[in-house]
Design a protein around this ligand. Structure first.
Ligand SMILES: Nc1ncnc2c1ncn2[C@@H]1O[C@H](COP(=O)(O)OP(=O)(O)OP(=O)(O)O)[C@@H](O)[C@H]1O
Ligand SMILES: CC(C)(CO)[C@@H](O)C(=O)NCCC(=O)O
Ligand SMILES: [K+]
Length: 256
């Protein structure tokens, strides 16, 4: 069995892959101070709780936070007796090309999303991932990652308004029925929600125009369904897209 770990700037997700399906998915906040032993206490408690007997033989990691990788390596080594495959490290091969400016360190999550998108849907894709940041990854017809867009995440945008303006409260994202807000909270939610709908549509249209071809738009990340509601902004939504990509990369590296 494979343990796939997707570490974002806000949350870290662990999924166990038995070769055919994910047995369980566990989520914790990303904190670089967390030790290998702390991960194991949390992990084994939840596996017990769900009654899952996992026989983990390998570990694959994507981390947008370089500092957490050290403790995840120790976790993998100490508790599963294996060296993890870490996306973005030279020893981890990718089944797709990366065509960007020399010296660019593309976020490993974006590379994993590219691999997953190409594996599931073929080339000429735009992969939109709603995380701490909202990223758009452009996948060429041969599956190569050829660049994209990084926009502030939905929750980050709301947080920034609250932190920068004394009179603006903390609010959660939701879909407002109307654009014109008649109170502060509605006004903020409208700005971020409808602003985001414009951002998603505008960026996808511009990417398609710049590429001069039709492209499929694939979305992932916790907030994607909120934007999909009644708008059909995306062609497909896949909540386990990044996890799927990690399993594809692991299999590719095992092929030898
Ligand atoms: N309606 C909602 N309002 C606010 N937050 C939501 C809502 N629906 C889902 N979420 C949040 O979305 C998050 C899941 O998103 P996802 O895992 O894609 O990104 P993330 O963990 O926030 O970012 P990163 O991957 O960069 O760490 C969860 O933390 C969840 O709290
Ligand atoms: C943009 C984020 C933060 C999204 O998780 C991550 O992919 C990242 O840190 N990227 C590095 C820069 C780049 O992808 O070009
Ligand atoms: K993510």
């Amino acid at each position: 069995m494979l343990l796939a770990i997707d570490c974002g700037n806000t949350n870290t997700v662990f999924s166990i892959w038995d070769g055919e399906k994910f047995l369980c998915t566990l989520r914790t906040s990303t904190e670089h101070q967390r030790t290998a032993d702390q991960y194991f206490v949390w992990f084994s408690t939840l596996l017990n709780h769900f009654g899952i007997k996992a026989d983990i033989r390998s570990v694959v990691i994507s981390s947008t936070v370089p500092r957490v990788v050290f403790n995840l390596r120790v976790f993998s080594d100490r508790y599963f007796n294996c060296r993890p495959l870490v996306v973005g490290k030279p020893e981890c091969r990718l089944p797709v090309d990366v065509r960007v400016d020399a010296g660019t360190q593309v976020g490993p999550d974006r590379l994993v999303n590219t691999v997953a998108g190409y594996d599931l849907y073929g080339g000429d894709l735009i992969v939109v991932d709603f995380g701490t940041a909202t990223t758009f990854d452009v996948v060429a017809s041969d599956g190569a990652y050829i660049g994209g867009v990084i926009a502030p995440g939905v929750n980050l945008s709301l947080q920034a308004l609250h932190e920068a303006a004394a009179a603006l409260p903390h609010v959660d994202i939701t879909k407002p029925e109307r654009v014109i807000g008649t109170n502060t909270v509605d006004c903020m939610q409208s700005g971020v929600f409808w602003g985001y709908v414009g951002l998603i549509n505008g960026i996808c249209d511009r990417i398609k125009a710049e590429r001069g071809r039709a492209m499929k738009v694939v979305a992932t990340g916790g907030l994607a369904p909120l934007f999909q509601q009644g708008h059909a902004i995306f062609d497909v939504y896949r909540d386990d897209l990044t996890m799927h990509g990690l399993t594809v990369i692991d299999a590719y590296n095992k092929e030898g």
